[in-house]
Write a protein that binds this ligand. Structure first.
Ligand code: HEM
Length: 410
């Protein structure tokens, strides 16, 4: 069957200007949840919603190979990373990440974050204003490295933080931001490879069960250690996305100030409420607009035949705001998660489905633990928001309040 078609000859401009809202807008206009379009002059099928996510993240139908622009791939997961693997090789490598991150380890990373928050707070009080996106990024970079077993301080921590922030900032763009991200990535890769080399040859002593020891000693399906380049890539695939959580921390701070009832909702610091608040932050605020895949195993969906190699984009933000799934999707309502575990294909800011079998993010436990931890720290700190532009542009990926969130601590 012919799917509805976006009437534009090429939708690249609309995709970049409507941004996060493009897929949802087109689906509404065409009365569908799957449609065809052309982006960058290439045919693509776009889809949104729970059923589409179930299809996209079914563990076998899609590969990420050839589904993302090269500059995005290089700055995010990169060649040779777990995200570029399929089938048995992917499941095996994924276990490395899952074994590090599920449950208590996520709390340990949040503990490291909290220690660094307390260490930094007196210095923030001495500044007129603190740019929180960068400040959160530095705390998270330090916490991730403490947790991994490769602590960093001073200039080295500043350098790594800037490299990670630049890669995240450059991933969704072309031009100067992308080139800056790529240049700083090369410097970060040298650091990551040096760390793995030192751990392997014993010139850096690390605890036996630290995440870095596991990564350096991890053996792929063929029984061999990861080659040095790939091991460095996977090390960056832990530090960089942890620093990316800075955006969610900014959004959480914003929610406490802007969203009616949000601060009262978490005021008693009750764990179930902190968790519900953290989930709503991940649902409500924009992060990655879409995830792209290419069909690996042909299938039929909505009476349309998807052939091998077809390019498909699943709307992550559109699904998180799908009115079929969420009552009043444009309202910030943490209570919606109080008596409800979000479905594996409904709340999908970090991918969908089964973590072990598909590309769903292994960092979700860490992301949630950090968001839960931030709230009591903010509630206990005395600060104010100076006047600033807090609008969140929807045509920039990943986005951020225009002011990058500035706070004054008392
Ligand atoms: C800001 C918070 C985060 C967001 C929005 C996010 C988003 C995502 C998304 C959408 C995917 C799925 C990609 C796909 O389907 O191809 C993913 C995968 C991944 N994420 Fe995250 N992530 C975040 C935090 C983290 C953290 C904290 C870590 C590690 C500490 C992490 C590590 C990874 C890895 C290694 C993958 C690849 C998994 C695979 O291919 O099986 N992410 N992330």
């Amino acid at each position: 069957m012919q799917l509805p078609h976006d009437p534009s000859l090429d939708s690249t401009r609309a995709f970049f200007s409507e941004g996060y809202d493009w897929i949802g807008n087109r689906c509404r206009a065409l009365g569908t949840d799957v449609f065809r379009a052309r982006i960058l002059l290439r045919p693509v099928v776009c889809m949104m919603g729970e059923e589409a996510a179930r299809r996209f993240y079914d563990g076998e139908s899609f590969t990420r190979a050839g589904a993302m622009p090269q500059t995005t791939l290089r700055q995010l997961q990169d060649k040779g990373s777990v995200q570029t693997l399929d089938g048995a090789a992917h499941r095996h490598r994924k276990q490395l990440f899952l074994s590090m991150m599920v449950g208590d380890p996520a709390e340990a990373l949040a503990d490291a974050f909290e220690r660094r928050w307390h260490a930094e707070l007196p210095q923030w009080r001495n500044q007129e204003e603190v740019r929180m996106h960068e400040a959160f990024g530095r705390l998270l970079c330090g916490a991730a490295c403490d947790w991994l077993g490769v602590p960093l301080e001073g200039d080295a921590l500043d350098r790594r933080t800037h490299e990670m922030l630049a890669m995240i900032d450059g991933a969704g763009s072309v031009g100067t931001r992308a080139w800056r991200g790529l240049a700083l990535r090369r410097r970060a890769e040298r650091w990551a490879r040096a760390v793995v080399t030192q751990v392997r040859d014993g010139t850096r002593t690390v605890g036996e069960d630290t995440p870095i020891a596991r990564l350096a000693g991890f053996r792929d399906l063929d029984g061999g250690l990861l080659d040095l380049r790939t091991a460095g890539v996977e090390l960056l695939n832990i530090v960089r996305p942890t620093v990316a959580v800075a955006r969610f921390l900014c959004f959480a701070t914003l929610a406490l100030h802007q969203e009616p009832g949000a601060a009262a909702f978490v005021a008693d610091r009750e764990p179930a409420r902190l968790q519900a608040f953290a989930q709503e932050v991940r649902r409500f605020y924009p992060f990655f607009p879409v995830i792209g895949g290419r069909v690996r195993t042909p299938f039929r969906f909505r009476e349309h035949e998807f052939g091998q190699g077809d390019w498909v984009m699943l709307g992550l933000h559109a699904t998180n705001h799908d009115p079929r799934l969420w009552e009043a999707p444009e309202a910030f309502r943490p209570e919606r998660f109080l008596d409800r575990e979000p479905g594996a294909f409904a709340l999908i800011p970090q991918g969908a489905g089964a973590h072990a079998d598909d590309h769903r993010c292994p960092g979700e436990w860490i992301t949630l633990a950090l968001l839960r931890r931030l709230v009591p720290l903010l509630l206990a700190a005395e600060y104010r928001l100076p006047p600033q532009d807090l609008t969140i542009p929807h045509d920039r990926f990943p986005t951020l309040p225009r002011s990058e969130l500035r706070l004054s601590f008392a």
